[in-house]
Design a protein around this ligand. Structure first.
Ligand code: TYD
Ligand code: MG
Length: 451
C-alpha cells in the first residue's frame, strides 16, 4: 500500500485524502478534516511501528497455561461481562455516553481491586484529584492502594504508573490524554491510533491490565471510529435510557469471554449497584393497563432477559409522520410498520409513532419483533393488550412468524415473572405453567392477541 506522507483525515470516520476538502468523502460531514503526517520524523517514527513484542520464537507448549489467572473485580455484573474477571496484560475499552457512569464504575472497580491487594493507578485526565477523592467518598470506597495520576500526557502517565508498581492501570478517559509531539487534536483519529498502539505495547509488554474509558461520538460509535476496537482485547459498552437509573454494560468484543454478555446495574446515590434480578428491574415500570405495552424475552449473552416494548401513536398532519425509535433501529421500526400495514391491515401512516425499550436496552434479538408488532397494534387501536401475556417471534416480510432460538429459556424466564400466556411461533415446545398460543402469521397474532 502506497503511503502518502501528508494528508487530511476525517475525525469522525477516519477517511483520508491527500488534498483538503470541506466535506468528508465518506461520512459526508462538513469541516471534519484534520491534517496529519503519517511519516513523522524524530521520536514519533519509532512508535508508528506495530507494538513491539519480544522478537523471539517460542514453542506454544512452553508457554505456561494459566487458565485461572483472572482478577475478579468482585462486582458481579462487571465480572460477568468480562468473562470472569480481568486478564493480566489485557487492554479493555469501556465506552459510553458522557455521564452514563464510566468513571463511577472504574473507581468502584479500582477500589475493589485495591482491596484485594492489586496496586491500581488511576489516570484522571478529566477530573482533578480532589474531584476523584470526593467521588470516592460519595461511593464509600477506600482510597488505600489507589495511586492517582493527574496527567494528560499518555507517555508520562504510563511511566508514572509503572514507577508506582501498578498491576492495574485505569485511564479515564482516552480523549483526555494525548501523545506529545503528534500534530492532531487530542481525541482525534491520529492521536487515538497512536495511543492505542502504545497502550497495547504497555499492557502486553508489562503484563499490566489496562482499562481505558472512551466517550462515544454523536454517531453512537466509540470516538475515533472503531480505531481502538480492533487493538484492544475487550470492548465494553454502557447503555442506558435517558433519565433512567438502569445501566446495561455489554461486551461487544471479548478475546477472553463471550461477546454480547450483558451486565445490569442501577445507578444509585452510592454509585452503581449490580442488579441481581435484571428481568424484574426491567419490567418494574410495566403497566399492563396501558395500551401499547408488550413484554417479550430477549437472549442477552448467556441469559434471557424479560423486557417491555412501549409504543405510542398520535394522529399527525405531517406529510411524512415522525418515526422515533429508542433502543431499536429506526429501519426495523419502518419494516415492522410496513408489515403491520400490509400483512396485518393496521395502518399508521397518518400517525407519529414512538417506540422505546425498557431500561435503554438496545434490541438486537429478532425474537422481539412480535412484541413490537403487538405494541404497535395496541397503540394504534389504543386498547391495552391482555394481561400476563408475552410475545415471542421473529417477523418475516411475508408476515410469517418465524421460530426463535432458546424459546424454552425465554418462556421459563417469563413464567418466573408471572406471565402465564405467550403468543409463540408454531411448533414451539410446551413449557410447564404457560399457555402457548402458536401463531403462524401477523394477522393470526393480531386476532389471537385480542382474545
Ligand atoms: P460518571 O461516572 O461521571 O459518568 P462518565 O464517566 O461516564 O461521564 O457519572 C456521572 C453521573 O452519575 C452523574 O450524572 C451523577 C451520577 N452519579 C450518581 O447518581 N451516583 C453516584 O454515586 C455517582 C458517583 C454519580
Ligand atoms: Mg467520566
Amino acid at each position: 500500500m502506497a503511503r502518502s506522507s501528508r494528508g487530511y483525515r476525517c475525525r469522525e470516520c477516519g477517511w483520508t485524502t491527500v488534498a483538503y476538502v470541506g466535506r468528508c468523502g465518506e461520512c459526508q460531514q462538513w469541516n471534519t478534516l484534520d491534517q496529519f503526517d503519517s511519516a513523522p520524523r524524530g521520536p514519533l517514527a519509532r512508535s508508528s511501528r506495530p507494538p513491539a513484542l519480544p522478537g523471539r520464537a517460542l514453542a506454544l507448549a512452553d508457554v505456561p497455561d494459566e487458565p485461572g489467572r483472572r482478577m475478579a473485580t468482585d462486582i458481579p455484573e462487571l465480572d460477568r461481562v468480562l468473562g470472569g474477571g480481568l486478564v493480566p496484560g489485557s487492554l479493555v475499552l469501556v465506552g459510553g455516553d458522557p455521564g452514563i457512569g464510566k468513571s463511577t464504575l472504574m473507581l468502584q472497580a479500582a477500589a475493589r481491586l485495591a482491596e484485594q491487594g492489586q496496586v491500581v493507578a488511576y489516570v484522571c485526565g478529566e477530573e482533578s484529584p480532589r474531584q476523584v477523592r470526593m467521588r470516592a467518598s460519595r461511593l464509600g470506597v477506600g482510597a488505600a492502594n489507589i495511586t492517582l495520576i493527574p496527567e494528560s500526557s499518555l507517555d508520562a502517565a504510563l511511566a508514572a504508573a509503572e514507577g508506582a508498581g501498578a498491576t492495574v492501570v485505569i485511564i479515564d478517559s482516552i480523549q483526555s490524554v494525548y501523545i506529545e509531539g503528534l500534530e492532531s487534536r487530542s481525541g482525534g483519529p491520529a492521536q487515538l491510533a497512536e495511543a492505542g498502539a502504545r497502550l497495547v505495547a504497555f499492557a502486553k509488554g508489562n503484563e499490566i491490565c489496562t482499562i481505558v474509558t472512551g466517550h462515544v461520538t454523536k454517531g453512537g460509535e466509540i470516538a475515533g471510529p472503531r480505531l481502538l476496537e480492533h487493538l484492544v482485547d475487550a470492548v465494553l459498552y454502557f447503555e442506558g435510557a435517558e433519565g433512567g437509573a438502569l445501566r446495561v454494560l455489554r461486551a461487544v468484543k471479548n478475546r477472553f469471554g463471550a461477546t454480547d454478555e450483558v451486565g445490569v446495574f442501577e445507578m444509585t446515590g452510592a454509585g452503581l449497584q449490580s442488579v441481581e434480578n435484571p428481568s424484574s428491574a426491567l419490567l418494574e415500570a410495566h403497566d399492563a393497563e396501558a395500551s401499547g405495552c408488550a413484554v417479550t424475552a430477549v437472549i442477552e449473552g448467556s441469559r434471557p432477559l424479560a423486557i417491555e416494548v412501549q409504543a405510542l401513536s398520535v394522529p399527525t398532519n405531517l406529510a411524512s409522520p415522525r418515526r422515533i425509535a429508542a433502543g431499536l433501529e429506526t429501519s426495523r421500526l419502518h419494516l415492522l410498520l410496513a408489515v403491520l400495514a400490509r400483512r396485518g391491515g393496521i395502518n399508521a401512516s397518518g400517525m407519529d409513532v414512538v417506540v422505546s425499550v425498557s431500561g435503554g436496552l438496545r434490541l438486537r434479538d429478532p425474537a422481539a419483533d412480535l412484541a413490537v408488532i403487538a405494541a404497535l397494534a395496541s397503540a394504534v387501536s389504543d386498547r391495552p393488550l391482555p394481561r400476563a401475556t408475552a410475545y415471542l417471534g421473529e417477523v418475516a416480510l411475508s408476515g410469517a412468524i418465524r421460530p426463535v432460538q432458546q424459546a424454552q429459556r425465554r418462556l421459563a424466564e417469563l413464567g418466573r415473572l408471572g406471565f402465564t400466556r405467550a403468543l409463540v411461533p408454531p411448533s414451539t415446545p410446551f413449557v410447564e405453567g404457560m399457555t402457548l398460543i402458536p401463531v403462524r402469521t401477523v394477522r393470526d397474532a393480531l386476532t389471537r392477541a385480542e382474545s
